[in-house]
Ligand binder design. Sequence first.
Ligand code: CP
Ligand code: NVA
Length: 305
Amino acid sequence: MTKTKDFLSVSDFSVEEINALFKRTEELKKNRFQDSFKNKAVGLIFQKPSLRTRVSFQVGVWQLGGQCMSLSPAEVNIGVRETIKDAALTLSRYLDLIVARVFKHKEVEELAQFSLVPVINGLSDLHHPCQALADVFTLKEKRGDLKGLTLTYVGDGNNVAHSLMQITSMLGINMKIGCPKGFTPDKNILALTQAQGQKTGASIVVTQDPKEAVKDTDVIYTDVWASMGQEREAAKRAKIFKKYQVDKGLMSLAKKNVLIMHCLPAHRGLEIADDVMDSPNSVVFDEAENRLHVQKAIMLKLLGK
Ligand code: CP
Ligand code: NVA
C-alpha cells in the first residue's frame, strides 16, 4: 500500500476529517479491542523521554491487534548514526507506520518525506498534534458544543500552544494566550491560525497579562515553562514565568465551571499549583487517557482502515 498521508501537524487534517476522527474515537473508547491491525507493525522512535505518548501508542496498537516496538535514542539515534533518509527507507521495509518524537520539526518532516509508510509526529519543537486532538476531544466530552468556547493558554508559547492554536482556529474555539514577552508563539503559526480563525469565527489574542487572559474563560490550559531540550534554562524561566502560575487566584477569575487542562508531565508548584491540579475542575488525566483513544483513530485513518 502506498501511503496517503502523514500526520505532522493538526492542519494535515481538514475540519471534516477531525470531526470524523472524534466520532471514531468515541466508538473506540466504548469498544476497545479489534483486530484491524492484525499483521501490522508499528515503530515508535523517541529522541526525547516520554510516558504518555510511548505507553498510549504501544497499548493502542496492541488493542488493535498489531505489534509495536519502541526505539530509544541510544538504539536508533536517527540523523547521527545514519541519515534520516536512510533510516526512513530502511524502516519502511519493516514497518507499516512510524511514530517519531524529535527535537527539530524539520527532522520529522524529513522522515515523512522519505518514509514509504505514514509518519505521525509524536512531538517536535513546533507541534504536538496528537495532544491537541486528545485535548479538544476531552473538551467536547465535557462541554458538548465547542463553537464559541474560549480556551486560555497560560505560559510558554510552545509546541503544545501551537497545536492548540491550529485546532481551536479550525473548530471555531476562541483562544487567549497569556505569556511573557519573548515567549510568545511562533509568528508564522500565529498569523496562519488567526487567518484560519477569521473563517470559522474564532479569535486568537495574545497578551502579557495572565489575569486578563483567564478572565471569564471556559478553559485554562498550561504546560511546562521549560520544554524538553530547554532544561538548562529552567531556573531562569522559573523567575520570568512566576506570575503565570495557574493557582487558585488565577482560577477564580475564570468561569466557575472552568476546566483545568495540562498535557502532562506537570511540574506541580511551578506552572500549576497542587490544589488546582487536584481540583474537581481538573481534567488532566482524562486528557491523558484520551491520547490512547484518539491515537487509535488516527492510526486507523492513516492505514485506510
Ligand atoms: N503529554 C505527553 O506527550 O506526555 P509524554 O511526554 O510523557 O509522552
Ligand atoms: N512542551 C513540552 C510538552 C511535553 C509533552 C515539551 O516539549 O517538553
